[in-house]
Design a protein around this ligand. Sequence first.
Ligand SMILES: NC(=O)NCCC(=O)O
Ligand SMILES: [Zn+2]
Length: 584
Amino acid sequence: MSNAPVKKVPIHLQSSQNRLLIKNGRVVNDDGMEDADVYIEDGIIKQVGRNLIIPGGTRTIDATGKLVMPGGIDPHTHFELEMMGAKTVDDFYKGTRAAVAGGTTTIIDFVLPQKGQSLIEAYNNWRQKADGKVCCDYALHVGVTWWSPSVKKEMEQLTSEQYGVNSFKMFMAYKDVWMMNDYDLCCAMETCADLKALAQVHAENGSIIARNCEKLLAAGVRGPDAHQLSRDEELEAEAVNRACVIANQAKSPLYVVHVMSKSAVQALQIARTRQKLPVYGETLAATVGTDGTHYKNSCFRHAAAHVLSPPLRPDPSTPQAIAEALADDHLQLIGSDNCTFHEKDKELGKDDFTKIPNGVNGVEDRMAILWQKAVNTGVMDPCRFVAVTSSNAARIFNLWPQKGRVEAGSDADVVVWDPRLQRTISAATHHHGVDFNIFEGQDVVGSPQYVIVNGRVCLDDGELRVAEGYGKFLKTPVNSPYVYGAPPAAAPEPEPVSPAIHTPSRVTNGNTPSPDLKVLNKQLDGMSVTSSGCSTPTGRKMRDPGQRDLQNSTFSISKEVEGLDTKTSVRVRNPPGGKSSGLW
Ligand SMILES: NC(=O)NCCC(=O)O
Ligand SMILES: [Zn+2]
């Protein structure tokens, strides 16, 4: 495709796309699947069901054999970020273009102020960079990279309706740049709790990393492989534990961004047993889709392209373990941390690994990689896939059910997913600005065929037709019911906050499985064509022993969806948190 951006097309000029019917597909939400048609008008899902009455002139997409899912929400991107003396290649146009190509229809980027800089000034700067360029909707987290009474005041301002921010990220690494000490971290988390915003942390022990870097450089160890050596799993796990302790002391819920190792997942699990408030864990497509063996590649370009923090782990069992942690609700979301740098920028660290700009791609391939590694292998069912790629982010950041759900009244951000579509990931064909892809050469089965963004068909039978500036900024209100609990009802005691967090094992979408669910799921296991794929309370797809591979399995989504003349709709149960009431 041409690199020239398509300028925004006013919605009233897109008449043929104002009304859209997606027919014969299987609708997948995080709590169940049903065979249903989806009717969209003026950017909103108007009806979901069968035998819908549709106005003439409506465009129809035939989704026979396809899954109809909420568009992905990538909770972690860095578009047009300046760091370590370089600027990311993917700006808000190229980045969101790549996002849409892969099935993601909302991204949440990070405003990262310099130490001493006004948070509001940085926020305005980000809005300026993004507003005219985004091809899909976006929201913003704001980094708290230093501490003072003015920062506290600005956090309060940012959570107002005017700015619409409900999450703040603190760094425990990047010493002397963005890192906060424990005292300041505690103050920032207390402020988040007071404001009913969500505290996020980059969890790595930055002081010890700095010391390790000094020692490695002094010993003449200067190549990209030293990046991982300077910040091993122990330093991530220690920081995860410390962040949980501080959050507990500050009485704050916590969201740990990019959990990259088995040790860190374990630290999260242990901390949750004593944690008073929710702790969420996000991992990355990079962690599930590749590993740290690439740091040993003799080509500097190749090794440096994989440098991000925390790093990919050399333990080859990590990707599978992380996919399982996502399936079992030990982790709740998968993001990309998309932060791409040109070769010439990575070369800033040619003779000193500490100067390699940190970051990798992932916003485009996040969904296909997880599908390939977790759904096709039987680790996760399609409902859990929707939960971790979309709905959980919508709930946590208080965008649900506007986003993250295929339901009447929700925004028409919809993906028609072809579970049989085969392709090979490559920098030659991806839609990023960067010329390297960390998943290069990987074959995936399952990708979007159509991507609908606010009612507009932006990926049309594989043809990307995004429009620059078409997306809008999403204000995220504080006091997410999912994080802070629904407002108390009249008589009964309020529900405990987010059961997902307190019962992290064996659940789909954060719910403790009830006995009847287990029975239901057992029955579903025996059902073929029309049954829900949400067949286990763990989120793992039921399968017969030895049939882990979707392509070789009797569980064939495509086969199941095709040729149906009857419908079985299975709703597993209502999601926690209830419907979001916090939207302004
Ligand atoms: N993750 C990374 O390596 N780069 C982006 C900045 C950050 O999130 O740490
Ligand atoms: Zn990041």
